[in-house]
Design a protein. Structure first.
Length: 256
């Protein structure tokens, strides 16, 4: 059974001035298998950010359904969606979204505190997540005392602390230099290989080449997909670059 099913999602917004309608997503449908690493790419305005917001249960579709483990969370009330989000989804953001007045340890603990977790169990979970990301030595420091790469690893540890069904990453390498970005992508790949399902929105061809599947969004629809299969990362990167070139030129729909 697919862990995520996106069934013919459509999203229409009304503009503030004049009430005109803007269609952000037209008819998006795909599924994700447990343990899959999917990268979502597309030009600005293609609809990928709107799609991510819907998958994150931060927005609701105008039509269609989104199911996680067979449950349609788009029909839930706001408070129910918040509980669902906290229980099933982990988030990594481009700008880290860490609290500067909280230590690294307390930033990682935050989702557990919000979920009402037993304090006695928190320390062990923090140690495990921090150990997985190589930041145990930073736990007593504050975000302003560590590097960008260390902040992003903290954000990943915070996202993983609740053992989410799906990890959603929004341009996770966007604020990092090339070395820190490479290290982060390798860590995401390693985390994925432990069985963690990951969906990542990215503009970076290199970042997308770490995924199992790359999905291109154009004009609010899935335009093209590339599956890694037995390709090397270098070979996948070449195919991604070719697909991006076709996408920018407005090529024909196709699937590999």
């Amino acid at each position: 059974m697919s862990i995520l099913e996106v069934n013919h999602i459509k999203k229409v917004y009304k503009t503030r001035m004049g009430g005109d309608e803007v269609t952000a997503l037209r008819d998006v449908h795909f599924s994700v298998e447990p343990g899959e690493f999917v990268a979502i790419m597309g030009e600005s305005g293609s609809g990928k950010t709107t799609l991510l917001n819907i998958l994150a249960s931060l927005d609701t579709p105008t039509a269609g359904k989104v199911l996680v483990d067979g449950k349609d969370f788009t029909t839930l009330k706001d408070n129910e969606r918040a509980i669902f989000r906290r229980s099933n989804l982990g988030f990594i953001f481009q700008d880290f979204n860490l609290l500067d007045n909280f230590s690294i340890e307390d930033n990682i603990k935050l989702p557990l505190v919000l979920a009402g977790e037993d304090y006695k169990k928190m320390d062990a979970k923090v140690e495990k997540a921090a150990g997985q990301l190589g930041i145990v030595g930073l736990l007593k420091k504050y975000p302003y005392e560590v590097s960008g790469g260390q902040k992003q690893r903290t954000a990943i540890a915070r996202a993983l602390i609740t053992n989410p069904r799906i990890l959603l990453a929004d341009e996770p390498t966007g604020a990092l230099d090339s070395k820190a970005a490479t290290n982060l992508l390798k860590q995401l790949r390693e985390i994925n290989q432990t069985g963690q399902t990951i969906l990542m929105v990215t503009h970076s061809n290199v970042a997308a080449s770490y995924a199992d599947r790359v999905m291109f969004i154009k004009d609010g629809e899935v335009f093209h997909q590339i599956y890694r299969g037995d390709m090397t990362r270098s070979a996948l990167l070449d195919k991604i670059c070719d697909a991006v070139t076709v996408l920018m030129r407005g090529g024909e729909d196709s699937e590999s």
